[in-house]
Design a protein. Structure first.
Lengths: 346, 383
């Protein structure tokens, strides 16, 4: 039985991880730890978790700790988790900077524990299909990549919680919170080993970026190169897909758990791709639905902890994503002047 | 009057706050937003902004201080289990604000369910089917009860499907229009419950000047057919017109939506009947001897009986065939395309408030600009 502890009783733990973990027969949820005891107790009651704590130091030993707290609060928590030799499965974004990313991984190596990151789009069936197509060069070399993701801020989106507008806690805005998923998905599909950022335009509201447009070049595992355009926005809806342009066709991969589509030059749908035998069956190693992807990432990480071999959710593979976002913020940091609001602002 | 708009950072609230602030008719407009990020589109609107959540009883009094009217567009941001209680808490906190004399609650036709059936679904006894509709109805009842009991003025606006730039329904309509499998039910002849965002703003403006208590449906006037609504979108964005779905298929799908709304026992009875009928057809079709025997018997029956048997057999056969994998998945929210108009009183606006050609054109241009941003991968770089 694998013992799992939950750090952070927010909506990510509640809505994404707990429903999946509670249903895994070889997982035992040992405790839930949050500074808000009431919130933690509510979740504990819902999922029959015996122990509720407000400090890691008081938590009983587990095999794996899920870290689902804002990135700005994590340093001390991660140190405690790793020092207690618990494996750590960390929600995205993994780290604010490459220095922090490296520090966590180094400490994990010293303590002989595994670290994973919750980039569940790596487990989406569409992502996996596209990855295989690019790997095997089935449509030839990738010429260009377009990747955009955007939505209007609403009650359930990033930017709603009070901590999400404090840069020191959230680490930033749309680039670190939303684009990390998209960038990691692009890098996973294409097997990116390096990148060159040509242009980066961030739009800020006070210290929080709410829109970002980046262009540049990716260096791929097969030594190929291709141009990229990656854009994210909290201002409004965008195309919400990754589009890979080949010589004569395009491959469209959704940001949601879904199949991949082949389209022609005018973006007319030619064919939808799905794994053979996929219809009507739940596939447990890749995700055709969001909760399936969360299940698959937990299975992958548990396997990583057992075999000590990197899995598809290994944190080390997320370093290029961390570097990309760090570079964007370095190029265009938040403006010094504060944006003012008309009278009445509280 | 000081008019507070809750949810002023949302899709409807932002548009409403900017419109009212640009032409306040002597009122002071106060936008209530969760935080500065939610309010980023209001910086040059001319309205004052207050930050915080009116679901929080410790902050709500300060947010609503001195406000005479509240236009309540906000919805809670907590996870599902707590969302409903937070929505109710917002109503209760507005009730507690003694300065507020009029509440205009932005509700939804979702309180009637996802496919209205005339004569069954009524204004007084709506039957929501999903959590959203049920929550809206609960909040309506709380608002009506509390405000009426205190001699204050509650106005419930059951809004139809709001369309226009940045509105969810417009995104869904445009995506349907681009789906090669989509066909417009009943050739789009049915009256929609759709309403343009501009008309929502007109309605609120009218109510500020002449408030009238009660529960009203709010749609375009005259009500547009779905054909009109889809055509408005496709023409604005340069898309081809949508193809029609024939009536027989439309009726069949509408029956499914209506049956899904009915009581469990009735639904169970209907499912058993359908299963038995389908099984009989399957047996007959799979066994040549039974089929031949059946044909021989029908051939010997009187003419009228023959016609009835053949007609019922054909209908059962069509239903059986259509049970297979559909080309188009008719998800629950699409029930609105098969729906009757919302029942009960509608809010009518003065004729002077009808949307003229210039405003109509501007709405279409805004829609087109918004569509360009998300319809193609390079949209954000073009717009």
């Amino acid at each position: 039985m694998i013992k799992v502890g939950i750090v952070g009783a927010g909506h990510v733990a509640e809505g994404q991880h707990l429903p999946v973990l509670a249903g895994m027969p070889d997982v035992k949820l040992m405790w839930i730890c949050d500074v808000d005891r009431k919130r933690a107790s509510t979740l504990a009651r819902l999922h029959q978790i015996a122990e509720v704590q407000q400090e890691i130091a008081n938590c009983s030993d587990v095999d794996i700790a899920l870290v689902a707290i804002p990135v700005g609060y994590r340093q001390a928590v991660m140190d405690q988790i790793l020092d207690r030799r618990w494996h750590a499965f960390v929600e995205k974004p993994f780290a604010i900077s490459c220095a922090e990313h490296d520090r966590i991984l180094e400490r994990a190596v010293q303590r002989n524990v595994e670290v994973g990151v919750g980039f569940q789009r790596r487990l989406y069936e569409g992502t996996r299909l596209a990855q295989r197509i690019v790997e095997k060069s089935l449509f030839g070399p990738v010429k260009r990549i377009w990747a955009t993701e955007g939505f209007s801020l609403g009650s359930q989106t990033p930017g709603a919680a009070p901590w999400s507008i404090e840069r020191a806690v959230a680490g930033g805005g749309v680039m670190i919170e939303t684009s990390c998923h998209l960038i990691d998905q692009v890098f996973t599909i294409c097997g990116v080993v390096d990148f060159e950022l040509d242009r980066c335009e961030l739009s800020y509201c006070q210290e929080i970026d709410f829109e970002g447009k980046t262009t540049g070049e990716l260096r791929l595992a097969d030594s190929g190169r291709c141009q990229f355009n990656i854009g994210v926005s909290w201002w409004g809806d965008l195309y919400n897909a990754v589009v890979l342009e080949f010589a004569t066709i395009q491959l469209r991969v959704s940001i949601y758990p879904d199949d991949a589509w082949i389209t022609d030059g005018d973006r007319n749908l030619i064919a939808r791709l799905g794994s053979p035998g996929a219809s009507g069956r739940i596939r447990l190693t890749v995700g055709r639905a969001f909760s399936q992807a969360v299940y698959a990432e937990w299975r992958a990480f548990i396997e990583q902890c057992g075999s000590r071999r990197p899995s598809s959710v290994a944190a080390a593979a997320a370093r290029p994503t961390t570097r990309f976002i760090e570079e964007c913020y370095r190029r265009q940091p938040p403006p010094a002047a504060q944006q003012t609001f008309p009278k009445g602002a509280a | 009057m000081r008019v507070a708009i809750t949810g002023a950072g949302g899709r409807v609230g932002t548009h409403l706050a900017r419109r009212l602030a640009s032409n306040p008719h002597g009122h002071e407009i106060v936008a209530l937003c969760r935080n500065f990020l939610a309010a980023r589109n209001l910086t040059e609107s001319g309205c004052s902004v207050r930050f915080g959540s009116i679901a929080d009883p410790s902050i709500a009094p300060k947010l609503l201080e001195g406000c005479d009217v509240v236009v309540h567009c906000a919805r809670a941001s907590e996870s599902m289990g707590r969302r409903d209680s937070h929505n109710l808490a917002m109503i209760q906190n507005i009730v507690r604000a003694s300065s507020v004399k009029t509440l205009i609650f932005v509700s939804s036709v979702a309180v009637y369910g996802n496919c209205i059936e005339s004569g069954i679904d009524t204004n007084e006894k709506p039957g929501p089917v999903d959590a959203y509709g049920k929550d809206k109805l609960r909040c309506e009842r709380e608002a009506m009860r509390e405000f009426s009991a205190q001699g204050r003025r509650p106005i419930i606006l059951r809004m139809g499907h709001v369309y226009g730039a940045f509105q969810i329904w417009s995104g869904q309509i445009l995506n349907l229009a681009r789906d090669p499998n989509f066909r417009l039910p009943f050739s789009g002849r049915l009256l929609s419950n759709a309403i343009s965002i501009e008309r929502v703003c007109d309605a609120v403006t009218a109510l500020l000047d002449a408030p009238a208590s009660g529960i009203y449906n709010l749609t375009d006037e005259p009500q547009r057919t779905w054909s009109d609504v889809f055509a408005w979108h496709t023409k604005s964005c340069g898309l081809p017109a949508v193809s029609p779905l024939e009536d027989s298929e439309s009726f069949r799908i509408r029956r499914n939506f209506l049956e899904a709304k009915r009581s469990s026992l009735g639904k169970f009875r209907r499912e058993i009947t359908a299963a038995v009928r389908t099984a009989a057809i399957q047996i007959a079709n799979s066994n040549p001897m039974i089929k031949d025997l059946g044909s021989a018997l029908v051939a010997r029956a009187p003419g009228a009986v023959q016609s009835t048997i053949v007609r019922r057999y054909r209908r059962a056969l069509i239903e059986h065939i259509n049970v297979g994998q559909p080309d188009m998945a008719w998800e629950p929210w699409l029930g609105w395309l098969f729906s009757d108009p919302a029942p009960g009183p509608y809010l009518h606006l003065p004729a002077t408030m009808s949307i003229d050609a210039d405003r109509e054109s501007e709405m279409q241009r805004e829609l087109s600009r918004w569509f360009t941003r998300w319809a193609t991968p390079d949209g954000i770089w073009r717009n």
